[in-house]
Design a binder for this molecule. Structure first.
Ligand SMILES: Nc1nc2c(ncn2[C@@H]2O[C@H](COP(=O)(O)OP(=O)(O)O)[C@@H](O)[C@H]2O)c(=O)[nH]1
Ligand SMILES: [Mg+2]
Length: 219
């Protein structure tokens, strides 16, 4: 297991990104993250996240290496609610990317994607290309309630990437998250000199320096 001492300090990350994973309860969101090897935030003090339990959101972290740089992905997962409450809407606003999840053996979880998308629309000023769709539990093929074509069609309508996974067997998980992370890096990450050249230096500082935040939620 990695020791904390071997982890980069916050300043050493090339960049940090916030991802929110949403979908009906029971579709396997938490299991997907665990299988991908995320680190529980409480065991990752350098991320300095302080999210009160009352928000019903738990943060996981994943370091991701690309082109000799290390990026930190903070992933927000719902703990117990099937909807974010009003106070947790702040997470939508801070997200760089949203992962929608349904399960192939649960038709309602597929139909409810529209509600989640509506939530995203209402609470973000968001470019829809910053989303991906995962349908999980592909090992339960005999219980399939959602056709492959209709899920694919949904992703095509939204013009977002679509992945099939099983947290049970692990199939598809690494491919899905690796591709999502790469697309975030390629679309959101700016080279350091570009950042330096912008007039928006304060924003860059705020993004990289969590200690500047005095509220109870530190992103
Ligand atoms: N068969 C099967 N079960 C799964 C899979 N993913 C999650 N589960 C089970 O589904 C239940 C809900 O998973 P969980 O990750 O807690 O769902 P969440 O509410 O979306 O976070 C648990 O009992 C998991 O073991 C999968 O891919 N295949
Ligand atoms: Mg969960």
């Amino acid at each position: 297991m990695d020791s904390y001492k071997s982890r980069p300090s916050l300043q050493q990350y090339a960049d940090k990104f916030n991802i929110m994973i949403v979908g009906d309860i029971g579709v396997g969101k938490t299991q997907l993250l665990t299988k991908y090897g995320v680190v529980d935030d409480s065991a990752f003090p350098s991320s300095k996240s302080v999210i009160p339990n009352s928000h019903g959101v738990k943060q996981y972290n994943k370091e991701f290496e690309y082109e000799n740089k290390i990026f930190l992905f903070k992933i927000w997962d719902m703990v117990y609610k099937d909807k974010f409450d009003k106070s947790a809407k702040v997470f939508y606003k801070k997200a760089d990317f949203i992962i929608l999840v349904c399960a192939i053996n649960n038709r309602n979880s597929f139909l409810n994607l529209n509600k989640w998308i509506e939530d995203v629309k209402l609470n973000t000023s968001f470019n829809f290309s910053n989303m991906a769709l995962i349908s999980n539990k592909t090992d339960l093929i005999d219980e399939r309630e959602v056709g492959l074509n209709e899920i694919r069609q949904k992703a095509e309508e939204l013009e977002i990437d679509y992945f099939e996974t099983s947290s049970n067997t692990g199939e598809g998980i690494k491919e899905a998250f690796d591709k999502i992370f790469l697309s975030i890096i390629n679309t959101v990450y700016k080279q350091p000199q570009e950042q330096f050249e912008t007039d928006d230096k304060q924003n860059v500082k705020d993004k990289n320096d969590d200690s500047s935040c005095s509220s109870c939620i530190i992103f």
